[in-house]
Design a protein around this ligand. Structure first.
Ligand code: PLP
Length: 452
């Protein structure tokens, strides 16, 4: 059981030091009040005040095997003692082993692994590879997506709230992907949504000129934007459009990959093999920064005799690769992917649907595995979101009250606009998942007070 001895004085010092010199990402520096974290283990973390939280966010959806897994901590320590760093241009045992284990899990012929330090950098390189492979300039990406915050990745990201950091549209064309609950196509069935989304994509390709398009980049199941599982047939349809026009399909599995959806990769659910697959986060549970691109034989072949122009000083860092090797072994030995599927089917899925039946603030429950969203609404009929788009301050009060109620109950929630995402570690126990549902139940009663 985690250590819970309260030490508010130490906590205040940690906070003061943070406030003095740490400049936080995605934040107005004076409007934030970061919690001082004293420690973490498994599905929990705790502060200096004696509060323990069930982490239903997995950090930023990356601690797929929870915090401080002893096997991974030991592997990092062992690697640090043996060879703590080495430059990318050398063959290093732990790097090759990480690549082999990843290639073994990725679908189809995605058997070459280009390592990066995180997700955005993986997306940057996938796009670069696609442009060089096809010799074409444009890339298509979906509204309601998140691909990272570096230059190309933020351009691909289909969320206008993020475009303040946009460095200018570098050949990116955005399109609408399917999302029946808030359908951009006025569809009323999954089949209709799928057909119209594919017609829209086909028309977009035709107008842009197929011969100008290098790649279509999609999150297999969009995560940050709301965990929207595409309707049956959509991804197969996109694959077919890509094949017809010589366009590469890039599936971004930075969030959905490595067990989150109850499969090794979300693409496994749809029997679709992309040309390039980006990953990060769950590959080593985020213990040391790591990401990468899994590359098809055809794309890899483009760079057989022509140098690939890309890479960073720390690409394929031995500590990060050691963490990946240990994580992937733990996932296999502890059957963590199967467990994530089981928890989704038997606890989270039924439990969240049951909450939706009783709480009028829940407009829709979506998800699979340990990858769920509750779309909270003021009005179930009109589907008006519980808070207006991009609300702050008083306008965001209902979501703030919901989040506060979760924390008071001992659960740290993932909150994005009018949604809460239920994304605990893939090895969350049945008892922990049920404990989380009980806390959500109480917090949703607070959200219900704002239903019209
Ligand atoms: N792609 C997807 C689908 C993501 O969810 C994220 C991060 O949340 C990224 C890319 C960016 O990853 P990173 O923050 O590691 O650069």
């Amino acid at each position: 059981t985690p250590h819970l001895a309260a030490d508010p004085k130490a906590g205040a010092a940690v906070k003061a030091a943070d406030r003095a010199h740490v400049f936080h990402s995605w934040s107005a520096q004076e409007l934030i009040d970061p919690l001082a974290v004293a420690g973490a283990e498994g599905s929990y973390f705790w502060d200096y005040e004696g509060n323990r939280y069930l982490d239903f966010t997995s950090g930023l959806v990356f601690t797929n095997i929870g915090y401080q897994h002893p096997a991974v901590v030991a592997a990092i320590q062992e690697q640090a003692g043996r060879l703590s760093t080495f430059a990318p241009a050398f063959a290093v045992d732990v790097r090759s082993e990480a690549a082999r284990l990843i290639a073994e899990r990725t679908p189809g012929d995605l058997d070459k692994i280009f390592f990066t330090n995180g997700g955005a950098e993986a997306v940057e390189n996938a796009v670069r590879m696609a442009r060089l492979h096809t010799g074409r300039p444009k890339v298509l990406s979906a509204y309601r997506s998140y691909h990272g915050s570096t230059s190309t990745a933020i351009n691909l990201t289909g969320d206008p709230r993020r475009w303040a950091s946009d460095s200018g549209n570098a050949g990116v064309v955005r399109f609408w992907a399917p999302f029946l609950y808030r359908s951009p196509f006025y569809a009323t069935t999954e089949a209709e949504e799928c057909a119209r989304a594919l017609e829209h994509l086909e028309a977009t390709i035709a107008f842009e000129g197929p011969a100008t398009i290098a790649a279509i980049v999609l999150e297999t199941i969009p995560g940050t934007a709301g965990i929207m599982t595409p309707p049956p047939g959509y991804l197969a349809g996109v694959r077919e459009l890509c094949d017809r026009h010589g366009i590469l399909l890039v599936l971004d599995e930075v969030m959905a990959g490595f067990g989150r959806t109850g499969a090794w990769f979300a693409a496994d659910h749809f029997d679709v093999v992309p040309d390039l697959l980006t990953f990060a986060k769950g590959v080593n549970s985020g213990y040391v920064p790591l990401g990468g691109v899994a590359i098809s034989a055809a794309v890899a072949d483009t760079f057989a005799t022509r140098p690939y122009p890309g890479g960073l000083t720390y690409s394929g860092h031995p500590l990060a690769c050691a963490a990946a090797v240990a994580t992937l072994r733990v996932m296999a030995e502890e059957k963590i992917v199967e467990h994530a599927a089981y928890i989704g089917e038997t606890v989270l899925g039924p439990g969240l649907r049951e909450l939706a039946d009783r709480h009028p603030s829940v407009g829709e429950v979506r998800g699979t595995g340990v990858f769920w969203a509750l779309d909270l609404v003021r009005d179930r009929e009109t589907r008006e979101p519980l808070v207006p788009y991009n609300a702050t301050g008083e306008a965001n009060a209902p979501m703030a009250a919901f989040a506060a109620a979760c924390k008071k109950g001992g659960l740290w929630p993932f909150v994005n606009m009018n949604r809460t995402h239920v994304v605990p570690p893939c090895n969350v126990t049945e008892a922990e998942a049920k404990e989380g549902l009980t806390i959500l139940d109480a917090a949703l009663s607070v959200a219900d007070e704002h239903v019209v």
